[in-house]
Design a protein around this ligand. Structure first.
Ligand code: 5GP
Ligand code: MN
Length: 326
């Protein structure tokens, strides 16, 4: 694996830089990308976001978030460097790189990363890719001791990724470094409660109704150790929600006494998208990988194509059953 100094050198000599992330971007994908975009612009580098996705409203407080508008699908012709953040697999990149001939740098914290870049910087000990973007931005020469609004904008984006990928500093992926970086960001002037309330106390009313609908059908299976939550086709449309972020709904399942795994199945156009979360020892990444998905030990996801919700659920429960001690 190369180091951040080499990446920094490649960035500083690049003429035009595209930044992308994993499809259906979460707070870490968005935070790491926008922190880097803000930093590169502060350094005067010609840089922009490539994304087929749009982002949900609760990220709109982040500087340049309006540029993640789903309109730039592939690199511009004169782009000589694309940096992909928080994305383990080529097929999940929210950019079409099929005709792109320049270099790709891959910066991520997924243990299963496919090393698809010409430079790959994968640190699975990082709680969030935002830890890595912070270290890279410092390596690029941005001094967080000298404070100004542009640096606070970088800090807000990094703090967003730290908060969202750690369940607000609650998961076991949190390390001393996570807290050290968070502390340095507070010192810089990041307002933690402002970030938190933008992210979490900002739900559309219908999103809360969705939570109610999903929770009213929750079931416990495998000796009450697995919580199963479902969003059947039509439920989102009925509530006029497009692609609502559902990470808070799945956490409610995990909050139940005795539950080891929480599973949220979402019926989508191509099939069923499932999110999996684990409280202790069950490795949900392995469960997801059986059906072509991936992620982390305690948070993973999988897309099962051309299948109904019941069959998708049973497939996953069969694997979890082998792993869970009943
Ligand atoms: P979520 O359940 O929030 O979509 O994702 C949880 C974790 O699993 C994230 O780290 C995400 O990148 C990963 N993940 C989600 N869906 C997939 C998938 O279909 N394939 C792979 N490889 N990883 C996924
Ligand atoms: Mn992440």
């Amino acid at each position: 694996m190369c180091n951040l100094k080499e990446i920094s050198e490649q960035i500083l000599k690049a003429k035009k830089i595209g930044i992308s992330f994993h499809t259906s971007p979460d707070g870490d994908a968005i935070g790491s990308s926008l922190s880097l975009l803000n930093a590169l612009r502060l350094l005067g580098k010609d840089s922009y976001i490539i994304s087929r996705d749009v982002i949900s409203d609760n990220f709109s407080f982040l500087s340049f978030s309006e540029e993640i508008d789903g309109n730039t699908l592939q690199p511009d012709l004169d782009t000589d460097l694309v940096i992909v953040l928080d994305c383990g697999n080529v097929e999940r990149i929210s950019a079409d790189l099929t005709s792109y001939k320049g270099n790709v740098i891959n910066i991520d914290h997924h243990i299963s990363n496919e090393n698809y870049g010409f430079i790959n910087y994968i640190d699975s000990n990082a709680s969030a890719t935002c830890e890595l973007s912070y270290l890279l931005i410092k390596e690029l020469g941005i001094d967080f001791n000298e404070k100004n609004d542009k640096k606070i904008a970088i800090g807000n984006a990094i703090y967003t990724g730290l908060v969202t990928d750690t369940g607000s500093f609650r998961h076991s992926n949190v390390t001393k470094r996570t807290h050290t970086i968070a502390g340095e960001l507070i010192e810089l002037g990041v307002k933690n409660s402002m970030v938190h309330s933008n992210l979490f106390d900002n739900k559309p009313f219908n999103k809360v109704k969705l939570m109610g609908c999903v929770l009213s059908n929750i079931e416990l299976v495998l000796d009450n150790k697995v919580a199963v939550l479902q969003i059947p086709k039509g439920m989102l449309e009925e509530l006029n929600l497009q692609n609502a972020d559902t990470s808070d709904i799945i956490s409610i399942g995990l909050g139940i006494k005795g539950v080891e795994v929480s599973m949220l199945l979402k019926e989508v156009e191509e099939g069923v998208k499932t999110s999996l979360r684990s409280k202790n020892d069950v490795d949900v990444r392995k469960v997801a990988e059986v059906y072509g998905g991936g992620g982390h030990i305690k948070a993973a996801g999988v897309m099962q194509k051309n299948i109904n919700i019941e069959a998708a659920k049973n497939n996953l429960l069969k694997i979890i059953k082998e792993d869970i001690h009943l």
